[in-house]
Design a protein around this ligand. Structure first.
Ligand SMILES: [Zn+2]
Ligand SMILES: [Zn+2]
Length: 417
């Protein structure tokens, strides 16, 4: 019998971690940390783990443990280093030596490359979420399991959409970030148009636009959109960047074969689709010139973006949040309309406009349903990586409309297959 043990990522977006236990072998799928609390899953040392992608909620807990082996794609390995360093800089949760040890245990794979560990075999499909992101397909003691990780079945500016041409599946473990029927997002085209209109309005009014981003994925998407409009003459603005997104963008450029064909062609034709990335010159940013500042962190929980927030004292300037803002973050408070903040010693009175345009790298509800219809039909589905309402309502959809029994585990649940 195969057992699935859920260590985290149950009815929450954070600390994703599932243990697959067979007769002879066992392995972890992801080992993330919680973005709000920094909480990590409670697991043993000396396990093996397959990492779906380099986001903190999927790999953030790895340096806390000693792993025998860490399997992931080549770009994920490089991007994980950035994620771990970012955490180290903000919280000192672990030491540099822990990052060193973790990277030493990494074994990288290409998409579709079969890894044979005896009674357990696995391979990685493209998940369409960020550079190097993968869905994990594994066979253990005769059971075939697909763990989607974070997926995007729709189009993006940087990576190909998620693979759906997948081998037979017995059990599907699927994310549900936008799993409720209320989670229907505007199309990318509409969102991009809104972004450019909002940016142009501020720039034409002589103001500055601050765009906080997550360093891996969101940053590159936003930079490609802005630079596309600049190159086509539809936007006239100077972009400054700051924070670890600079390193992460370098990794995107290094792995052009892993990007979508259009972006790869742009790079091969000698154009940098992310624009001229260099550290912002603060004198210029704080001068009277209109400009765009793209900087980390995405929820304003730290990072260099904080020092630019004082620009919001001026009503000419604008803040554009580009992703989900977790409860308890400064980003969430600003989204909800707080007009006084204190990121450092001094209080800042917000007079500039604050808006949110959610450039998600996840499938929305309709796209998740489409995904399940496209892949081979599993015998059962397990729903994780979503808030309680999202997970429960997506499980209901899977059962009612797709006729597949679906479960929503809580932390500690063990499901026998
Ligand atoms: Zn992710
Ligand atoms: Zn995630």
């Amino acid at each position: 019998m195969v057992l699935l043990k859920f260590h985290g990522g149950c009815q929450e977006v954070g600390k994703s971690c599932v243990e697959v236990i067979g007769k002879e072998k066992r392995i972890l799928l992801d080992c993330g940390a919680s973005p709000n609390s920094g909480e990590i899953p409670n697991i043993e040392n000396n396990l093996e783990v397959i990492v779906s992608h380099a986001h903190y909620d999927h790999c953030g807990a790895i340096p806390f443990y000693k792993f025998k082996k860490i399997y992931c794609t080549h770009p994920t390995a490089d991007l994980m280093y950035i994620t771990w360093k970012e955490t180290l800089n903000i919280s000192k949760a672990y030491k540099e030596e822990d990052i060193y040890r973790s990277l030493k245990s990494v074994e990288t794979l290409n998409y579709y490359e079969e890894k044979d560990l005896g009674s357990l075999k696995f391979k990685l499909y493209n998940a369409g979420h960020i550079l190097g992101s993968s869905s994990i397909y594994l066979e253990i003691d005769g059971k075939k399991i697909l763990y989607t990780g974070d997926i995007n079945e729709g189009p993006s500016r940087t990576v190909r959409s998620a693979d759906t041409d997948i081998d037979e599946i017995d059990v599907l473990i699927i994310e549900s970030t936008y799993g409720s029927p209320l989670d229907i997002k505007p199309s990318r085209k509409v969102l991009e148009k809104q972004l450019i209109e909002e940016v142009s309005e501020t720039i034409e009014g002589g103001g500055k636009v601050i765009i906080p981003v997550f360093s891996v994925g969101r940053a590159q998407e936003i930079l490609v959109v802005l630079n596309n409009y600049i190159r086509s003459g539809q936007l006239d603005a100077k972009i400054y960047t700051d924070g670890s997104l600079i390193h992460a963008t370098g990794i995107y450029l290094s792995y052009k074969d892993w990007l979508n064909p259009k972006l790869k062609n742009t790079i091969e034709s000698g154009i940098n689709p992310f624009g001229d990335i260099k550290k912002a010159d603060e004198k210029k940013v704080f001068s009277n010139e209109p400009c765009i500042i793209v900087s980390t962190s995405g929820m304003l929980q730290g990072g260099p973006v904080l020092k630019y927030l004082k620009l919001l004292k001026d009503e000419k300037n604008k803040l554009i949040l580009t992703g989900h803002q977790a409860e308890g973050t400064l980003g969430k408070a600003l989204e909800e309309g707080i007009r006084e903040i204190k990121p450092f010693k001094n209080t800042i009175k917000i007079r500039g406009k604050v808006i949110k345009l959610e450039f998600s790298a996840h499938s929305d509800y309709n796209s998740l349903v489409r995904y399940i219809k496209k892949i081979p039909k599993p015998e059962k589905a397990i729903v994780m990586h979503g808030e309680r309402y999202q997970s429960l309502s997506f499980a209901m959809t899977i059962w009612k409309t797709l006729k597949i029994p679906a479960y929503v585990p809580v932390e500690g649940t063990v499901i026998p297959l």
